[in-house]
Ligand binder design. Structure first.
Ligand code: HEC
Ligand code: HEC
Ligand code: HEC
Ligand code: HEC
Ligand code: HEC
Length: 340
């Protein structure tokens, strides 16, 4: 923390600002909002990352950042230049009339300006409290609503809308961009620290919009298991999987995705068996609020196991290198006691 008195900080900032404008001219930040008249060049994410360090680091490596460059997208079409795909996979903007293919830095997929730049201004959820801002800012409530995500996630949004009918449920952002208290920009030196010290802390969001963040999401998908036929004959497990999410599991029909239930039986430190069952996929998803019951007959060895680990995993079948994401898990101790 910098404990410079406010008045002194003000003076330092004013002096530094005048000096900076004098040195660089007032147009030095115009590149942040400028798209060349031919539409072939404009701001890049790294430009924004100079001040919005956290947001940049979080966005890097997300599926949004890879929406154009990913192997699966490149392979899905021979003509990735098609406007039809790029209005969602590498868009210029998301506001009315701007959801069209971007013709520069396409490899950045859905980048900062896709979601934030419109009509020469940076649109965001907050009212600006900065002493100085290098680009015009417009507060826009659109950023807090699922309507923003709906620009591209049309199906998922319609699933969410059906669940939200008549009741207040969490927005996409509230689950996928868990919020934290911080400043909108982060200082890196004395000058930027002074500038940032004037900004009010806001309820900022996380830009790591990725499935990995959703692993073991509390109360997202529940697994329960019940022992049937407790005698020695035909020991069976009745497993129930309940989708508590306000959208399908999995949601969206682009790309291949599978939800599998893994059952790992252990006796002491030894693995007895491991089995994987398909629960749902993009063609036949589990809708919001829906349950699926799986009747699983056990072999005699399995019914004598010590522990059973049940795990619900999400696989990307078109990206085998992506590790599965564990959505929910459960350990059942002393499984043999339930049957013998
Ligand atoms: C030189 C530093 C700097 C650079 C570079 C910069 N910004 Fe900003 N940005 C700011 C400051 C300062 C604010 C105002 C913060 C405040 O009011 O608390 C701001 C505010 C914003 C907001 C509004 C945030 C809100 O809370 O609603 C958005 C959105 C935004 N910037 C996006 C961008 C994007 C996209 C880029 C790159 C094209 C970019 N910025 C580049 C300094 C910068
Ligand atoms: C400009 C279009 C666009 C907007 C706006 C958008 N998305 Fe996406 N989103 C995509 C595309 C395209 C993908 C798939 C990218 C890929 O896998 O190559 C994706 C992927 C995702 C994924 C899967 C991530 C993963 O790790 O596989 C989640 C979750 C997601 N988006 C949530 C959101 C949320 C929440 C919002 C609103 C805050 C949002 N998206 C806004 C286009 C968009
Ligand atoms: C209650 C919290 C919650 C809300 C609200 C929510 N999601 Fe999700 N979402 C999750 C969880 C947990 C997962 C991981 C399970 C899965 O893959 O389906 C997920 C998965 C996803 C995926 C990845 C699906 C896949 O398997 O490829 C996308 C895309 C997505 N959500 C988009 C959205 C959009 C868009 C909205 C708003 C319309 C939204 N979500 C609202 C919790 C939520
Ligand atoms: C898929 C759309 C999307 C992309 C891509 C995106 N943002 Fe955001 N951004 C949002 C949304 C939605 C919010 C508001 C969420 C909330 O507050 O619940 C937001 C909030 C912000 C804010 C306000 C402060 C905060 O952290 O909440 C800043 C600054 C910002 N984004 C900068 C950036 C920068 C810089 C990049 C690129 C590195 C970027 N954003 C990429 C959708 C996006
Ligand atoms: C309306 C917006 C939109 C359009 C148009 C669109 N996509 Fe997508 N695409 C998405 C979203 C959103 C996802 C994330 C997964 C989902 O919701 O099914 C996605 C995911 C994908 C994926 C899966 C990526 C992965 O690794 O999981 C591929 C491949 C893909 N799209 C190819 C295409 C192709 C090819 C076109 C053009 C013919 C296209 N998309 C047009 C929105 C769009």
């Amino acid at each position: 923390m910098y404990s410079i008195p406010r008045a002194l900080a003000h003076t330092i900032a004013a002096v530094l600002l005048s000096w900076m404008f004098f040195m660089a001219g007032c147009t030095s930040f115009s590149h942040l909002t400028r798209i060349t008249p031919d539409g072939h060049d404009g701001p890049q994410a790294i430009h924004c990352g100079a001040c919005h360090i956290q947001q940049y680091q979080e966005w890097q490596g997300t599926a949004h950042a890879r929406a154009f460059s990913s192997k699966s997208f490149q392979e899905a079409t021979d003509t990735p230049e098609e406007d039809g795909c790029l209005r969602c996979h590498s868009p210029l903007g998301i506001h009315k009339g701007e959801a069209k293919a971007r013709s520069f830095h396409r490899d950045e997929g859905i980048n900062c300006i896709s979601c934030h730049l419109s009509q020469g201004k940076m649109h965001g959820p907050h009212k600006s409290s900065a002493l100085f801002s290098p680009h015009p800012i417009e507060q826009d409530p659109f950023y807090l609503t699922p309507a923003l995500c709906a620009t591209c996630h049309e199906e998922t949004y319609s699933q969410w809308k059906k669940v939200s009918a008549g009741q207040k449920i969490r927005s996409c952002q509230q689950c996928h961009q868990c919020s934290k208290q911080c400043c909108v920009t982060q200082g890196t030196n004395l000058f930027s620290n002074v500038l940032v010290s004037f900004e009010k802390k806001v309820q900022a969001c996380n830009h790591t919009i990725t499935l990995d963040m959703m692993a073991n999401f509390p109360n997202g998908v529940n697994i329960t298991a019940l022992a049937l036929n407790k005698g020695k004959e035909a020991p069976t497990l009745s497993i129930n999987i309940h989708n508590n999410l306000p959208h399908d599991l999995p949601t969206g029909t682009f790309g291949k995705k599978e939800i599998q239930l893994s059952l790992l039986f252990m006796k002491g430190d030894l693995q007895v068996t491991e089995k994987k069952l398909l629960v749902s996929d993009e063609r036949k998803a589990l809708t919001a609020g829906e349950s699926k019951k799986i009747i699983f007959p056990l072999t005699p060895e399995e019914s004598r196991a010590d522990t059973l680990r049940l795990q619900l995993e999400r696989y990307s079948t078109n990206d085998p290198e992506r590790p599965p994401i564990v959505l929910s898990s459960k350990i059942i101790a002393a499984i043999h006691e339930a049957f013998h």
